[in-house]
Design a protein. Sequence first.
Lengths: 363, 283
Amino acid sequence: MTATPPAKPIKKRKIKLDEHLLAYRGVWVFIENERGHVHPVSWELMGQGRQLAEQLQVELCAVVMGAPGAELDALCESAFHYGADRCYRVASPVLRLYRNEPFTQALTGLVNAHKPEILLLGATALGRDLAGSVATTLKTGLTADCTELAIDPEDRCLLSTRPTFGGSLLCTIVTLNYRPQMATVRHRVMPMPEPQPERRGLIVDFDPGLVEDNVVTRLLEFLPDSQDNTPHLPYAEIVVSGGKGLGKAENFRLVWALADVLGAEVGATRAAIHAGWISADRQVGQTGKTVRPALYIAAGISGAIQHRVGMEASDCIIAINSDPNAPIFDFAHYGIVGDCVQVLPALTRAFARHLGKPVKEIA
Amino acid sequence: MHIVVCIKQVPDSAHIRVHPVTNTIMRQGVPAIINPYDLFAIEAALRLKDRLGGHVTVMSMGPTQAEPALRKAISLGCDDAILVTDRVFAGADTLATSYVLASAIRTLGQERPVDLVFTGKQTIDGDTAQVGPGIARRLDMQLLTYVSRIVEVDPAKRSIVVERRAEGGVQVLQTALPALVTMLEGSNEVRFASTPDMFRAVRATVRHWDRNDAGIEDIKQVGLKGSPTIVSRVFGPTPRAEKARQVPFDPADPDSTAASLLEQLLADVPKVRKELEQRRSPS
Ligand SMILES: Cc1cc2nc3c(=O)[nH]c(=O)nc-3n(C[C@H](O)[C@H](O)[C@H](O)COP(=O)(O)OP(=O)(O)OC[C@H]3O[C@@H](n4cnc5c(N)ncnc54)[C@H](O)[C@@H]3O)c2cc1C
Ligand SMILES: Nc1ncnc2c1ncn2[C@@H]1O[C@H](COP(=O)(O)O)[C@@H](O)[C@H]1O
C-alpha cells in the first residue's frame, strides 16, 4: 500500500452522556471458564483491560461465574494475578455449565447492579452467544470480533476497531449515548500478560437469584473434540500458509513439505479453503484462527485485511508472491518476488540442510 | 410447524473492490446474493418441513431491491416470503435490526403461531453474529447458536434437541419450543431449486411490510436513531515503517535465494534462530 491516504474521519460526533449514564464506571472482563479451564482470551483481555482502566483511571474488574466452590475461588485469585483490582464472583449451581439463559440473566443483573462503562468478552462461541443476548437485554451497543481497542482521551469513549467487509479496510466503531460499551475480541490478537502471583484484590459476591427449575434448556451431553486431529495453530511457533497463488490443489504439497521440515503447522487463506485445497480448520484470519508465531511463511497470499489481522502479530513474516505490488509486502519483514512453486522447494532444501534433516525429493 | 427463516441480501464479497485512493468500497456492479450462511438456515428449515410437514416463511429486512433474495428462497421450497421494508429502517445496527425482525415475527405469529426461527451464523457484510441472539432475547425464545445438527424435533412434546459447536467440543442441548436456532456453515448440503418451485417463485407474492404492518411500536428503536453504535471512521491498515526487505530471486537459481534468506534470518531475527536451534536434528 504505497501512499496510503491519511485515515479519514467519516463522522466526528461529540458523544454526550445522559446524567444517569455518568454513573457507569470501570472496565470489566468476563472470565470464560468451562470444565475447569479458563479460555486464554480472557487473560489476554485482562492485559488489554488493564491499559484501558489505567487510561480512564478506573478499576479493572473480572467477572467470574460458575458453581460455588474452591475452583471458582481459585479463579478469582488468578484474575487478580492477571491484573484485576476487583473480582465479581457470581456463584450458583445453575451456572455450573454454560447455557445462554441463566448466564444472560446473571450477567445482566450484575451489570445493572454495578454499572461498568466497558464490558469485554472473548469472541468465542460462548462469548459471542452471551454478549449478543446481554447487549440486547441491556439495549446497548456491541461491537463484534474486534482486533484493537483504545480510549478516546477527549470523551472517554471506547474505540473498537475491526476489519470491515470488502478486503482491505478497518473501521472504528463507537457506542453513542448508551452504557456499558460492549465488545468481543478475538483470541491471540492481544498479547498474553505475565501473571503477578503477589497481586491481590477485592472479591465482591453477587447473588444472581437463579433457580434450576426455571431454566428451560438442558445440557444432555458434551462430546469433546478428539485432540490429535485438530491443528494447534494458535500456539504454533512456526506456521507455513498457502493461498490462492499456489494455483492448484497439488501444489499445497509444497507447503506441507516445508512445514514438515520445519516442524510447523500449516495454515491457509479463505480463498484456498474455498477452492477445496485444504480443510477449513486451517483458515487463518478474521473468520479463522489468529496466530502469533515466531515465524510465518506466506506463500501465494495477497495479504487481504481479513487474513492480515489473523497473522500480523507474528514476529517475522516471510512473503512469497509473484506480484511485487501485492499488499502483503507492506507488512511482511522479508519478501521474495517469485513463483512460490519454485521458491517453496528451495526453502525446504535450505532449511532441511540447516536443520540436518533428510531432504525428501518433491517433484 | 411454522418455521421462520431470517435471511439477508448481501453484496457478493468476492466481487467487492476497495478504491485505492479514497478507501471506499466500490459497490457498483457488485452482484447481490443471499448471505451464504443463511442458505444453511433455509436448508435446515426445509428438511424439518420435509420430515414433519408445516409451513416455512422466509423474512428479510432490507430495501425493496432485496426481493429477489426472497424469491430465490421460495424457489428452494419456502412457502411464503415477507420483506420488511421502510425508509425509517435505514442505517440500523444489530440492536435496531433485531428490534424490527422481532416485531415482524411477533406480528406474523398472530396469523400463525411461530414454533422455530432460523438464522444464519453470521452475515458476510455485518459479520457480527448478533442479530440471531438479539431476536431470541426480544421474543423471549430459547436461543441455540452455532448449531451443527438438529437431532430431533418433537412437535407434540414441543421439544428440540440439537448439537451445538462449543469450545473444545459439542454440546447436546434440549430445550422447549419456540426456539431460535443459528445454523453453522456446512451443517447440511443446500438443495437446488426444483422446476415447479422455480415457476412458483416467479409468480409468488412477496409481501412488503412497512413499520405499521410489522407492528413496530417504538419508532425510536429502529434505523439509525435506534442504533447505539456508529462507525466513526474507516481506514486502510497502516503500512509498517519499512517495507519488506526484498531477497532477490533468480528463477534460474532459487537455491541461492533460499540460502540468502536463511542467512539473514539467522543473523537478524534471534527468535527465529532460537526456534530453528530447537529443531536441529541431534547429529
Ligand atoms: C467477511 C469476510 C471474512 C473473511 N475472512 C477471511 C479469513 O479469515 N481468512 C482469510 O484468509 N481470508 C478471509 N477473507 C477473504 C479475504 O478477503 C481474501 O479474499 C483472501 O484472504 C484472499 O486469499 P489469497 O491471498 O489466498 O488469494 P488472492 O487474493 O487471490 O491472492 C493470491 C495471491 O497469490 C499471488 N500469486 C499468484 N500466482 C502466484 C505464484 N505462482 N507464486 C506466488 N504468488 C502467486 C497473487 O499475486 C496474489 O497476490 C474474508 C473475507 C470476508 C469478506
Ligand atoms: N436485515 C436482515 N434481515 C433478515 N435477517 C437478518 C438481517 N440481518 C441479519 N439477519 C440474520 O441474522 C444472522 C446474523 O447476522 P449478523 O448479526 O449481521 O452477522 C444472519 O445470518 C441472518 O440470518
